[in-house]
Design a protein around this ligand. Sequence first.
Ligand code: TRP
Length: 335
Amino acid sequence: MKNADILTGITTTGTPHLGNYVGAIRPAIESSKEENKTSYYFLADYHAIIKCQDPARIRQSALEVAATWIAMGLDTEKSIFYRQTDIPEIPELTWILTCMTSKGLMNRAHAYKAAVDYNETEQNDPDKDVTMGLFCYPVLMAADILMFNARKVPVGKDQIQHIEMTRDIAGRFNNQYGEHFILPEAVVDEKSAVLAGLDGRKMSKSYNNTIPLFESEKKLRKLIMKITTNSLAPEEPKDPQTCTLFAIYKAFAKADEVKAMEKRYRNGIAWGVMKQELFEYLNEILKEPRDIYSRLIEAPGDLDAILKQGAMRAREYSVPFLEKIRKAVGIDSLF
Ligand code: TRP
């Protein structure tokens, strides 16, 4: 198996929504189709237990995330799709890298710093609710990436720091033990849309304003009807650029359809009409994947088999590579 040209992980704590799809899943599926590129995509379930200690939620989310990627068209023959927890070499590499990571570097990690800042404003002990999992989270992420010598790592802006840290850790390892790791690069896709949610703010689980990708048709319609608009009457010209409905439409529609819709805004399309059309448009796109998704969720055995198959392929790389890393640090057969 070849090292990763592209690698990214999805933390399994939530239910995938339209914003996840447009911002991360869709671009990843697209780049997995590039010829002669090896892409690795994985469910970051070791990461999930850092921030979520509800086993039922963790299990359900892994199922939903896996089913979403496949329902949306990820080719699991072409790309390598696996669960982080099916690769035992990752936690082993994590420890080796932990020994190459200065504590000072981790002190600067923003997830940890945010927790400390919060405690300070609340006048708590600065370590309150800070686990070693949270503190060392960037090392686990470095292991995810370095395990497969990934060159490009598509991430959101908030993750750039972790890629910098990965480079730092890899560089230190290479200095000490020889050139074993490729230094990865973060890829932040400025084009990929940040989708607005029900209330107009960024669609995000933490704002509770999401539209899950695979709700029933009825629920999808209900959620779209709930999207906030201004109070302009039908017939009054409307500004598409400041409208959440339009932003969502634009994230899915073709260029000429977007143009035509812009014109209808200027001509004063009524909010009720726009909402109904947006619902119909999205529903048409999501109908088929929704059926695939439901079938996958009902047959978790099939999903599990796909992920196990992915893990087997990933381990064709990680097992021999970790062997090499162990040798490099002096952990080797004694005879
Ligand atoms: N920490 C990333 C996030 O919260 C998810 C993730 C885990 C990841 N391991 C990774 C992303 C490795 C890219 C590469 O979004």
